[in-house]
Design a protein around this ligand. Structure first.
Ligand SMILES: [Zn+2]
Length: 310
């Protein structure tokens, strides 16, 4: 009985010292998606510990809410969310159940990454989720324009500096380095995509609004009649007629959708069906934000060439 007590005293003292040590002040950051998590890693470096909730190969609108997410959220100092109602179907109850006051919406440790991003397709008239549309607050897939990636990284830098002012210069340096590497990469992507400006394509979901805006592709239709609504036979027939009329050669599909309808559209119209990941983690080799565009730009240009698109 005496021995554990003798050991416990110095152990407790050591734990107290550890708790008080500034070396321990690593911020715990949670990104709702791998895209946000990788941007937080770029800026936070080794001063932060970052985890993602949704995996890059999952549909970010419909993520299975695992109990483990609650434990991750309970310990977080900062939660970075995509916003624009992308996570509305799964995130809010998890944040409530985490009972973590730091990361509740409106608290200092909650960052809505969409607030500084350029958002497209903001509805003009009334749109509700009851109509089946999962984009009632504008297009939430805005990270697919590298310009928005830069804006989100900047917002994360500002927030991290607010939460850990002693490390503000470190975060500013990390952001500047990311900004420089992203600017270099953008020149590469713009050059690779330049020959395809004005190319008419079709996509399954409205995931690519910012991507196609950035690289000046023209989306003439979607396999989904509305974002979040599965294809119907009549809509598919109308879409195929339009694709034939306009000579559309490329159909982009996110990896989490069934290929049955896209493949039959491809057979009927001669368009190439390209499964293109919209997120970091969508393929094993897509391990960071810059690699996401490297991968997708290479995939897209190769597919268009194979389809004889240009
Ligand atoms: Zn969507």
């Amino acid at each position: 009985m005496i021995r554990p007590l003798r050991c416990a005293a110095p152990l407790a003292a050591a734990l107290l010292a550890l708790a008080a040590s500034p070396l321990r002040a690593e911020l715990k950051v949670v990104g709702t998606t791998e895209d946000l998590a990788t941007l937080a890693r770029e800026v936070g470096g080794d001063k932060v510990k970052v985890e993602a909730l949704a995996r890059g190969y999952q549909d970010p609108h419909f993520v299975e809410a695992k109990p483990s997410f609650i434990f991750i959220l309970a310990k977080a100092d900062l939660l970075v969310a995509v916003g624009r109602e992308l996570e509305i179907g799964w995130l809010p109850p998890l944040v409530t159940q985490s009972r973590n006051a730091r990361i509740q919406p409106g608290a200092e440790g909650y960052l809505d990454a969409s607030l500084t991003a350029r958002i497209l397709e903001i509805p003009q008239g009334p749109v509700t989720r009851a109509m089946g549309d999962v984009h009632p607050s504008g297009n939430p897939h805005y990270w697919l324009d590298p310009g928005n990636g830069r804006k989100v990284a900047k917002a994360i830098e500002t927030k991290l500096a607010q939460l850990a002012p002693a490390d503000a210069a470190y975060f500013a340096g990390r952001y500047a380095d990311f900004d420089r590497r992203l600017t270099e990469a953008e020149k590469r992507w713009d050059a690779a995509m330049a020959p395809y400006r004005g190319l008419k394509i079709v996509t399954y979901h409205r995931s690519w609004a910012n991507f196609t805006d950035r690289f000046q592709l023209e989306v003439i239709g979607y396999v989904e009649p509305k974002p979040g609504v599965p294809p119907s036979p009549q809509h598919t027939l109308d879409l195929m007629a339009e694709m034939k009329r306009l000579g559309v050669k490329v159909l982009l599909v996110e990896p989490y959708f069934d290929l049955k309808t896209p493949n039959s559209i491809g057979r009927e119209t001669g368009a190439q069906v390209v499964v293109m990941p919209p997120s970091v983690g969508g393929e094993k080799e897509i391990t960071d934000y810059i690699k996401l565009f490297d991968h997708d730009v290479a995939l897209f240009t190769k597919a268009v060439a194979a389809a004889g698109g240009r």
